[in-house]
Ligand binder design. Structure first.
Ligand code: 5GP
Ligand code: MN
Length: 361
């Protein structure tokens, strides 16, 4: 960490040294050099994954502010698919830096990707990484990351991509300020489930303390991000939760609880797809099941699947086999067929993904 970063970041403790599975010093140095080598004319394109969540958008926009502070003038941030930011994230600072995917530069000098475990998560924007003459940096925390960048800074031990982004900003000598901090805080709070999940280490709380020290207001941010829904969304939750099912025999008897939401459900209640994201948190409460999933229709025969585990099953293994990715406790993929067929495909894989008892935490 540089002197400027140390002074302004009010670091409470040294950041933990990588445990060997995280980025090497050479990886960090390459990422730092990629930014330091920029000239005033350089064009920097930041990309996060499709259907961006708080970590994807927050780490990207927080880093964009950091690049601004370093004097980067030509900066775009984007994500694939419809250029629609979920309502709870519309209070994030820096949204004016967003451009629709089809307006993103075709020939940027530097591309930095956030929170995407594979190039497929970048949709149509994946091609931006292939151009000769473009430096590509991947910042991520998914163990399943395919290291698709020229420079890969991947830390599976990090609770959020924003942890990696904060470290890189510190190494670049960018002091935290309220705008950077709010973005990184939203990212960190999102991916730790408001500081509840297993990856909520002392280092996570130390980072939160550094961010809060800039004066951001966690009560307001949390209410906006987690606790504000349209009335119609609550009616929709009622419908979707009323059809929840329990399969006690699934996952070698550890149990699966699941439900599904159709496009018709969304239309009936006048809601956008992202309002379904928090539903998994209600479904996964079922005490009788280790594994939970919500199957969300995105087209006639296409479903976005969210899976969670309490530790008895490695759901990332199931997701990877079915074409997706994620983490041991939270993973997802795109399924085809009917909702029941998608759940049957999950059930077929669950037995193989049961974690031996001595490895469970
Ligand atoms: P969520 O259920 O919150 O959408 O996603 C949980 C985790 O699984 C996140 O880390 C997310 O990045 C990952 N994930 C969700 N859907 C997909 C997918 O279709 N492909 C991949 N590679 N990862 C996914
Ligand atoms: Mn993340």
């Amino acid at each position: 960490m540089t002197e400027i970063g140390r002074a302004a970041g009010a670091a409470l403790a040294e950041r933990p040294v990588s445990d060997g599975t995280g980025p090497s010093e050479a990886d960090w140095a390459a990422a730092v050099a990629a930014v330091r080598d920029l000239t005033p004319d350089s064009r920097v394109l930041l990309i996060c994954h499709v259907n961006p969540d708080g970590d994807a958008l927050g780490s990207m926009l927080g880093f964009a502010f950091g690049l601004r502070r370093l004097g980067v003038r030509h900066l775009q941030t984007t994500f694939p698919g419809p250029p629609e930011v979920p309502e709870p994230l519309r209070g994030l600072p820096g949204l004016d830096l967003l451009v629709p995917a089809d307006e993103a530069w075709l020939d940027p000098d530097l591309v930095i990707c956030f929170d995407a475990a594979s190039a497929s998560r970048l949709g149509t924007l994946a091609g931006r990484l292939d151009r000769v003459g473009t430096t590509t940096v991947v910042l991520d925390h998914h163990a399943s990351n395919t290291r698709f960048g020229g420079i890969n800074v991947i830390d599976p031990a990090a609770a959020a991509t924003s942890v990696v982004a904060e470290e890189l900003l510190a190494r670049l000598g960018v002091p935290l300020d309220a705008e950077i901090a709010e973005c990184l805080y939203v990212a960190l709070a999102t991916d730790t489930g408001s500081f509840r999940f297993a990856m909520t280490t002392p280092a996570v709380h130390e980072m939160a303390a550094r961010l809060l020290a800039t004066g951001i207001r966690p009560g307001e941010i949390s209410r906006r991000i987690f606790d504000t829904r349209p009335f119609g969304a609550i009616r929709l939750y009622g419908d979707v939760l009323s059809r929840v099912q329990l399969a006690p025999d699934a996952a070698c008897g550890l149990g699966l609880v699941w439900t599904y939401a159709t496009l018709d459900d969304l239309t009936r209640h006048g809601q956008r797809p992202y309002v379904l994201e928090p539903l998994i948190d209600s479904v996964r409460c079922a005490a009788e099941a280790d594994v939970s999933c919500v199957v969300k229709q995105i087209a006639e025969d296409e479903w976005a699947v969210s899976m969670r585990s309490k530790g008895g099953v490695d759901v990332s293994q199931v997701a990877v086999v079915l074409g997706g990715g994620g983490h041991r406790f939270a993973a997802g993929f795109t399924g085809r067929g009917s909702a029941t067929e998608v759940v049957d495909a999950i059930r077929d894989e669950l037995d193989r993904a049961v974690v031996p008892t001595e490895d469970q935490r």
